[in-house]
Design a protein around this ligand. Structure first.
Ligand code: GDP
Ligand code: IMO
Ligand code: MG
Length: 437
């Protein structure tokens, strides 16, 4: 049975964690395929809040195997801390599988992420400072250390000594930092190795045979389309490919292994860090969205920049990911507004762009063309079916469907697992992957 991919449509933090968790109820494997602990996926179950950074969301269900695929970059210290904190809350993490091909985030990656951002000054990207970019750079340069290297102390030491010489020169001579000590890193990482060894395996054939034997497999995207290294707002992007195509590369499956692709989008839009954001709201509306939506980063605690739904970017994401459907989250937050804006096009030098502009200069300098739609003021957090939603909310969702040319299958009306409305024909039947077609 082909798998299901779940991807962010905007600049991240769309509520992927909540939706993955909901669908994982009927899923055998949940696979992270890119990114690292720059991700922060929040799940609220029975009033308990879980913030997951590396461990795939399916971990909360006993029947589900969480898999960290080859395309992920892993900070072993963070992974172990996350596993410990889940165990302390009664969650069994023994099923977690970690691909031996995943690359390790090393102490020099963290240091370089910090010093490079500092050196860039006002041109900085606003990274999460988790060492993501430097780790993927070393992977491409073929000098990365991988999870499987943890299992062979000799190889680990030999590879580290080659790469550390260069990193220490860079840290000391270019950035004026103290060099890092090889022995210290070795001792630290070999301690992690002991604890992670039972989880490290070749995850690729496991996923492939799960698909071949008719098990359900979900590929959980982190970050989002507009942060994609190749297709996002470069250079203000992350260093991996969050789009659905990235799931094939990062998990080791073929394009025909994925048949359902769900795009997650907020009913409005947010972005953390630097970079263009055409539909960014004026400060008064942005503050209302920040407060009503609790728009502070799950990973860094930074206040998120807020704006209106960007239909140009969403249409671009729908095509790029070949979305089969959209899930709209945080619709409840818009109850604050009597009139809601939607960005339907961009304008630059007198020309209107309804499709994603051909270059970044236009994207950077364009102005948004907003359409105003009447809102609703009722509290919708207790809505559980379409008829519970006020007409204004239903009209808004219909307008999004029309603008994106993509059907909406669920609407989320609060952070809780149960705060979900099955929408339209696609989601008839039980909430969850059981509703897949
Ligand atoms: P992710 O990175 O895409 O998984 O999203 P985050 O977890 O970083 O951010 C989404 C935030 O919105 C989290 O705090 C969620 O608990 C919360 N959330 C998700 N869906 C809804 C919703 O429909 N309404 C409200 N009010 N909050 C939501
Ligand atoms: P989830 O999975 C929102 C942003 C950072 C920065 C840029 C590059 O929770 O949606 P990086 O540390 O990846 O090199 O930073 O990408 N960014 C995110 N923004 N949600 C995320 O993940 C993000 N992961 C990275 O803020 O602008
Ligand atoms: Mg997040």
């Amino acid at each position: 049975m082909p798998g299901l991919a779940l991807v962010g449509v905007q600049w991240g933090d769309e509520g992927k964690g909540k939706v993955t968790d909901l669908l994982a109820e009927h899923t055998d494997f949940v696979v992270r395929y890119q990114g690292g602990n720059n991700a922060g996926h929040t799940i609220v179950v029975g009033g308990e809040r879980y913030a997951l950074h590396l461990v795939p969301t399916g971990v909360l269900y006993d029947h589900c195997t969480p898999v960290i695929g080859p395309g992920v970059v892993v900070n072993p210290e963070v992974l172990l801390e996350e596993m410990d904190s889940l165990e302390a809350r009664g969650i069994d993490v023994s099923r977690l599988l970690l691909s031996g091909n995943s690359h390790l985030i090393m102490p020099y990656h963290l240091e370089l992420d910090r010093v490079v951002e500092r050196r860039l000054g006002k041109n900085r990207l606003g990274t999460t400072k988790r060492g993501i970019g430097p780790t993927y750079a070393d992977k491409a340069a073929r000098i990365g250390l991988r999870a499987q290297d943890l299992l062979d102390p000799k190889i680990f030491s030999a590879k580290l000594s080659v790469v550390l010489k260069e990193k220490n020169l860079m840290l000391a001579r270019v950035y004026g930092r103290l060099p890092l000590d090889q022995k210290e890193i070795e001792v630290q990482y070999l301690e992690y190795a002991e604890r992670l060894a039972p989880h490290i395996t070749d995850t690729t054939p496991i996923i492939q045979s799960a698909l071949d034997s008719g098990k359900s497999v979900m590929f959980e995207g982190a970050q989002a389309t507009m942060l994609d290294l190749d297709h996002g707002t470069y250079p203000f992007v992350t260093s991996s490919n969050p789009i659905a195509g990235g799931a094939c590369v990062g998990a080791g499956v073929g394009p025909r292994d994925i048949s359902r692709i769900i795009g997650i989008s907020k009913a409005y839009c947010t972005r953390v860090g630097s970079g263009p954001f055409p539909s960014e709201a004026d400060p008064i509306d942005a503050d209302v969205l920040v407060e009503a939506g609790g728009e502070y980063g799950t990973t860094t605690g930074r206040k998120r920049r807020c704006g209106w739904f960007d239909a140009v970017a969403a249409r671009y994401a729908a095509r790029l990911n070949t979305l089969s459907e959209l899930v709209i989250t945080k619709l409840d937050v818009l109850s604050q507004f009597e009139r809601i804006k939607v960005c339907v096009a961009y304008e630059f030098e007198g020309r209107r762009y309804e499709d994603f502009p051909p270059n970044q200069t236009i994207f950077n300098k364009c102005t948004p063309v907003f359409e105003e739609i009447p809102g609703w003021t009722e509290d919708i957090t207790n809505a559980r079916s379409v008829v519970d939603l006020p007409a204004g909310a239903r009209d808004y969702v219909s307008r999004i469907e029309e603008l994106c040319g993509t059907p909406v299958s669920y609407v989320s009306v609060g952070p809780g697992r149960e705060q979900m409305v099955a929408y339209g024909e696609r989601s008839a039947g039980p909430v969850g992957a059981g509703a897949a077609r």
